[in-house]
Each structure stands twice: as C-alpha cells, then as structure tokens.
Write a new protein. Structure first.
Length: 420
C-alpha cells in the first residue's frame, strides 16, 4: 500500500507490479499519478488515523510505503505493531519528518553536521541568529521542500525569517537555526538498505526557490569537481551509511536520500537532511540505471526483500556501488499557467535532445517563482556536463496550456541554467 501517489510513487507502483505484487495507491486527491497504474486506488485525508485504519483493515497489506510527509505517523506505528512492514520503519519516518529529532539523531550517530540551535520563542530565535552573526539558515521544525525556511544574511532578515515558519506544512513555534556552511557543492546520496548497504553513484543537483530543478549522476561536472569528490568520497559513503542506520536500524529496508554539503577546500562533508523514500533528485536514475534498478525499483526490491543482482554492483574498498549505464541528467518541466487539464506541445522537438516523462496530473498551479511539476526531462550523454545541457534543452522545448489559460507558454525559469 502506497501512501502518497505522486510521480515518484507511480514508478514504485510500476516496479512493484513487475515483481508480481498487488498494489494499492492512496492520495489526497483523485487522479494522482500513481493511482492510474495501481490495482486499486483510494482518495482521502491521510493525516486522519481513522481513514488509514479503514483502508488497512479493508486491504490488509503486507507492506506500507509512505511517499509524502502528510501522514498520520501514530497510525504507522500501530500498523507496524500489528506486524505490517512500514518502510523503512515507522520510527524512521517520525525522525525524518521532525527537524529537531533528525538533527539530534544525526549528532548522536557521529556524522558531521553544522552547528545549530533549537528555538521556540522570538527572543530565542533572535539570540540564535545573533550567535551566528546573522549568517544562518532557519527552518521550521516540521517542514520540507523549502517551505518554512529562510536564509538570514543580516539582522534585518530576522523578523521575516521568524514569520516564514508559518508557511511550513505543520505550523509550529519551533524553528531550528543552523550555521551557514560555505560549501563547494551539495550532493544527494541514495542509500539502499537491502541485505546490507548499497550506494547509487552520488547525485549532484541544484534548487530554484527551495525546489529541485535539475539533477545529474555522477556528481562531478568537470575534472576539478571529480578530484574534489575523490578526496571526500569516503566521508560521503560513511556518513550516509551511519545516518541511515541511525534512522532505520539494521532491520530497516528501503531507499534513503542523504543530502550533504561537500567542502572540497577543507575536505569536509556535512549531513544536512535525510529522506526515507525515493527522492525528487533521484529521478535521474530513471535514465541512468538499468531496467528494474532505478531508485523506485531499488526501493520496492528492498521493501519486498528481493535481492540485488550481484552483477549490477561493484565493491570498492568494502563499499557496494551500483553500476549505471552512463552519465545522465534530469530537468523539471513545470507549469507556467494555472488550470485544469494541462496540455503539452513541442515534445517532438524535445525528443531530439532527450526523453520526456509526463506525470498526468489533472491540475496545474502557478506562482511567480514556482509552478507545479508536471513532467521531467531525462538525458544521457558522454559527459555529465553534456547531459545537463541536453536535459535542459529537452525540458525547454515543451510548452504548456490549461483549460483556463489556453495560450501556449514555455518554461520560464532560467536561473542557474547552462543554456540561456
């Protein structure tokens, strides 16, 4: 049973069916992407324990796979106590969705994290920002995807940062204030807990306005970055494994995404966040990994205890690293307009550069610096730099209109792009 049926969950459902599993997709709205291929689908509020208990009593699933944060976590613990496997385990989901608990867990696990303060009042918040010389990052306790977060660059930013906490998915007075770490690049290390630990080749990515916009595999785009990564890769793998073990324990199963800041100059790695499910940035593996072994395939294999073929990974200094087809990149396709029934054109041109996956979401929303993710462009190339360019060109060939806004509009976000 999949709780949350977006584009990432859709691929989990498809991979589960390839393994012969019966699938149930649940989401808060009808017509969510994973509901199309699932054997059965339900719609309702997953934060309501009664709704989830009703579905579990009706379907009696062997596995419950959360895909989103907006889930009643107490219900997950109850299901686990009754013998249903919750990926990777119910307690891990609770820790990952609580920034206070996550930071404490990482600290105790012995991985490097930035300095931080927990705050619950405006006065404590102000003092914490001052302690970091008003150069810090503030994040609401229960938040994700940039919601409720703020970058403080001066004393004048403090009030706006404090107010930003109200935009979190679960409003709270609790805010973590983190030291700003100057870093060379950030990664996302996908870690598979399946009869031991396996690592995907490390991902690079960038965000725009708090949301993933492009990702690539492997992480280095040039020789300088390759040398920098080689110098810190032992920390990358070691910290990622310690972080996932701290959350999921030795019996936990599934894929995790460990976001880290890499400081090549000082040869240091800092763990920033951990997710207990497939990750937006991991969509690049839909193209770079072998069939059945994308992040979604790896996740459901781990959940259902299907082993990874020994020929599909290599062991380097005791670290199991999954093989890939070659360098690749992903780039989002977001909505430039709001309305029902998003429609697309330019896909024929896009396919001259890469591949296009449309998610079939029924409604598109749009804000000045943000649009709903309606698809993803994927590309392979001889080098990562070329793959990033081709994925970007692929995405920007696509134009979109909706019933309410019938004028065709292109992709408009171009910050950090390699092609102007």
């Amino acid at each position: 049973m999949l709780l949350g049926s977006g584009e990432l969950g859709k691929e989990v459902i498809i991979e589960a069916q390839r393994l012969g599993l019966e699938t149930v997709a649940v989401d808060r709205y009808m017509g969510a992407p994973a509901q199309y291929p699932a054997d059965r689908a339900y719609t309702g509020n997953m934060t309501e324990k009664g709704f989830l208990k009703h579905l579990v009593e009706k379907e009696n699933p062997d596995f419950i796979v959360p895909e989103i944060e907006a889930i009643n976590l107490e219900a997950l613990s109850e299901f686990e106590d009754k013998g249903i496997f919750v990926s990777p385990r119910a307690e891990a989901q609770k820790i990952a969705m609580d920034r206070f608990r996550l930071r404490e867990t990482l600290d105790k696990a012995g991985v490097r994290v930035s300095q931080y303060h927990f705050t619950s009042t405006a006065e404590d918040f102000e003092a914490a920002c001052k302690d970091f010389n008003y150069t810090c990052i503030t994040k609401a306790r229960f938040s994700s995807s940039g919601h409720g977060s703020y970058i403080v660059n001066s004393k004048e930013d403090v009030q706006a940062a404090w107010d930003e906490r109200k935009k979190a998915r679960k409003p709270s007075e609790d805010v973590i204030v983190e030291e700003y770490i100057p870093f060379s690049t950030e990664d996302n290390q996908l870690v598979v807990r399946n009869n031991g630990t396996h690592f995907c080749k490390t991902l690079g990515h960038y965000q725009l306005h708090g949301d993933y916009h492009s990702s690539w595999q492997p992480i280095y785009r040039n020789e300088e970055e390759r040398k920098g990564f080689e110098a810190v890769k032992d920390q990358v793998y070691s910290f990622a494994e310690k972080a996932t073990l701290a959350l999921a324990g030795k019996k936990g199963r599934g894929i995790h995404a460990v976001e880290q800041f890499l400081d090549f100059e000082n040869k240091k790695v800092y763990v920033n966040e951990v997710s207990c499910r497939p990750h937006d940035t991991g969509m690049v593996t839909f193209k770079t990994h072998y069939p059945g072994y994308s992040q979604s395939g790896l996740h459901i294999r781990a959940v259902s205890q299907v082993p990874i073929e020994p020929r599909l990974y290599q062991e380097e200094d005791g670290v199991r690293i999954l093989n890939s087809i070659g360098p690749g990149a992903s780039h989002v396709i977001v909505s430039p307009s709001e309305g029902w029934n998003p429609q697309f054109r330019g896909i024929d041109k896009a396919l001259q550069h890469g591949d296009v996956w449309i998610f079939k979401k029924p409604y598109a929303f749009h804000e000045p610096h943000h649009g709903r993710r309606l698809g993803v462009a994927l590309a392979l190339a001889d080098t990562v730099a070329e793959a990033i360019k081709e994925a970007e060109l692929t995405a920007h060939c696509v134009e979109i209109k909706t019933n309410e806004n019938p004028t065709w509009k292109p992709q408009w976000m171009k910050e950090k792009h390699v092609v102007s």
